[in-house]
Ligand binder design. Structure first.
Ligand SMILES: Nc1ncnc2c1ncn2[C@@H]1O[C@H](COP(=O)(O)OP(=O)(O)OP(=O)(O)O)[C@@H](O)[C@H]1O
Ligand SMILES: [Mg+2]
Length: 263
């Protein structure tokens, strides 16, 4: 079976002449079918840029992107994408935002509406079906954006800091929730996070990337058996990995990691 995603030798610069900034310096990323991979690395290193390339919103200077074995470099519409900033349309209700996105992805409108009604309460948004985005908090909008990606009928989900705007408790609940849906469905996921613990809890593999021009500097196979739960946090092995990743990131750059549940 082809991997869900292959990023091969992808480079990307912005600007020109003396102002050229090379953001990606030959990225190599593979997500196998049904695998959960996290990307962790300094702020400004090019993680969102990589996602925009995978989603076809930008074109690489060189290299190739394959999804499910097909070369799709520069093409849109192949992935379920949750951007770092929830890009909801302000003039549409929450339900219509989800329905429209799913319709574009080929889901019949009635089915999209049914799924939206079924799932909104599960992410704590019962009663907001007909609300407009500006009446929701940033974290609530992020959950809508997450749901939109989750329901999109695409094999590969790219999540750019999906829980970044949530308070600690909601974040914990959303992580547990994502863990349980993912373990039941095994979608292929590539997720950006600044939280080492989140990466260790959710992922099969973690890719640590350098400051720009970004390359993958370390790959970690996460050894914990599934199904997992937050009990992992008391496992000494979990804390050893956490420490090791923390040191790797700190030596790579300051300001790069959150350590929100420091023990
Ligand atoms: N369209 C653009 N034009 C010019 N420069 C850009 C553009 N998009 C991104 N950059 C630059 O590329 C670099 C990487 O940005 P990017 O958003 O990919 O970082 P990131 O790793 O996602 O950071 P963070 O963790 O803070 O979200 C930054 O220096 C940014 O200014
Ligand atoms: Mg980013």
């Amino acid at each position: 079976m082809h991997p869900a995603l292959e990023v091969r030798g992808v480079t990307k610069s912005f600007g020109s002449g003396k102002k050229t900034l090379q953001v990606l310096g030959g990225m190599e990323v593979t997500v196998r079918e049904g695998e959960f991979v996290s990307l962790i690395g300094p702020s400004g290193s090019g993680k969102t840029t990589l996602f925009q390339l995978i989603g076809g919103l930008e074109k690489p200077d060189s290299g190739e992107i394959r999804i499910g074995g097909r070369a799709v470099t520069g093409e849109r519409g192949h992935i379920a994408y949750m951007p770092q900033q929830a890009a909801l349309m302000p003039w549409r209700t929450i339900t219509d935002n989800i329905v429209l996105a799913l319709s574009i992805a080929g889901v019949p409108a009635e089915e999209a509406r049914r799924q939206s009604m079924e799932w909104l309460p599960r992410i704590g948004l019962a009663g907001y079906e007909s609300s407009y985005p500006h009446t929701l908090s940033g974290g609530m909008q992020q959950r809508v954006s997450f749901l939109r990606a989750l329901l999109a009928p695409r094999d590969l989900m790219c999540l750019d800091e999906p829980f970044g705007a949530l308070d600690a408790l909601t974040r914990l609940q959303m992580q547990q929730w994502l863990l349980s849906i993912w373990e039941a469905n095994r979608r292929s996921v590539l997720m950006v996070t600044h939280s080492i613990e989140e990466a260790l809890l959710l992922s099969d593999r973690i890719l640590v990337i350098s400051a720009s021009p970004a390359t993958v500097i370390r790959e970690v196979e996460v050894p914990f058996a599934r199904p997992r739960s937050s009990d992992l946090w008391t496992d000494p092995q979990f804390n050893r990995w956490k420490q090791e990743l923390y040191e790797l990131l700190s030596s790579n750059s300051v300001l790069s990691v959150e350590d929100e549940r420091s023990s």
